[in-house]
Design a protein around this ligand. Structure first.
Ligand SMILES: *Cc1c(COP(=O)(O)O)cnc(C)c1O
Length: 251
């Protein structure tokens, strides 16, 4: 973790949090919902641990990481917060993540379900998960194929120490020549349709984790119940890296 806690501009983060919350409320209103129907997950990956403290001070209650080691390190700083694992998860790292509280957004295969079930049973917890869906069929993105989703949800649902809470997606990047929102809106609508289909059979499958900095308002309009925001709250990750590098190497 970066020792330069003083480098984190707490007031800038507080201002961004307020701005993002206002944008969430506006987008929620468009879909006839209240701001508190949408959970704001602050994605702190690559940023120093001090942003977690600054985020807590600014009222953030949910934090997300996409690497196991960073999750473990930062979760320690704010154990009272709700933590989310949003990256690809290897079976041999499940034990660091599956504590029965951290929501795993990225369940995408039966082998991972097996590993989570084994760990959760041993720990005597019920592990909440989301099933990640590759709605755009993008080889660069994680998630199970749309055609396999039902089967995977059914499989996870059968486990006694796993609770499937919903679905998650990271849509493909649209071609740069086109406006992002049209393509992306279709992908978000697809995920919502899949959820609407499945929730009849599996009533716990309610959450829709979709929307990042570039597209979270569209995602909310399409029904997101969780948005995962890094850049909008903490600035670009390039600047975070540059800061750490310049601290380590003053040349
Ligand atoms: C990094 C990341 C985010 C946040 O991305 P921003 O564009 O910075 O908001 C959201 N979801 C996942 C899965 C991520 O890896």
């Amino acid at each position: 973790m970066s020792p330069r806690a003083d480098d984190v501009d707490e007031s800038a983060i507080a201002i961004r949090v307020a701005d993002v919350r206002a944008r969430i409320a506006d987008a929620a209103a468009i879909s006839g919902r209240a701001a508190h129907d949408v959970r704001l997950i602050a994605v702190t990956k690559t940023h120093p641990a001090a942003v977690v403290r600054a985020g807590v001070s600014a009222g953030l209650r949910d934090f997300g990481e996409n690497r196991v080691q960073e999750l473990v390190d930062k979760r320690r700083i704010a154990p009272e917060a709700s933590w989310h694992f949003i990256g690809r998860l290897q079976r041999n790292k499940v034990r660091f993540v599956a504590d029965g509280k951290t929501l795993i957004h990225s369940v995408d295969r039966t082998a991972l379900v097996d590993a989570i079930e084994a760990r959760a049973a041993r720990a005597g917890v019920v592990q909440p998960v989301l099933v990640q869906v590759n709605v755009g069929d993008d080889p660069a993105k994680g998630g199970c194929e749309v055609e396999r989703l039902r089967e995977l949800v059914a499989y996870a649902h059968e486990q006694s120490n796993i609770r499937v809470r919903g679905l998650m997606t990271v849509p493909p990047l649209p071609p740069s020549s086109r406006r992002a929102s049209d393509d992306v809106r279709g992908h978000f609508a697809t995920l919502r349709g899949l959820r609407d289909d499945i929730v009849g059979t599996y009533p716990t499958v309610r959450e829709l984790s979709m929307g990042m900095t570039a597209d979270f308002e569209v995602a909310i309009e399409e029904g997101a119940t969780m948005v995962r925001l890094g850049t909008a709250l903490f600035g670009t990750r390039e600047s975070a890296r540059a800061k750490v590098i310049s601290t380590e190497d003053p040349r």
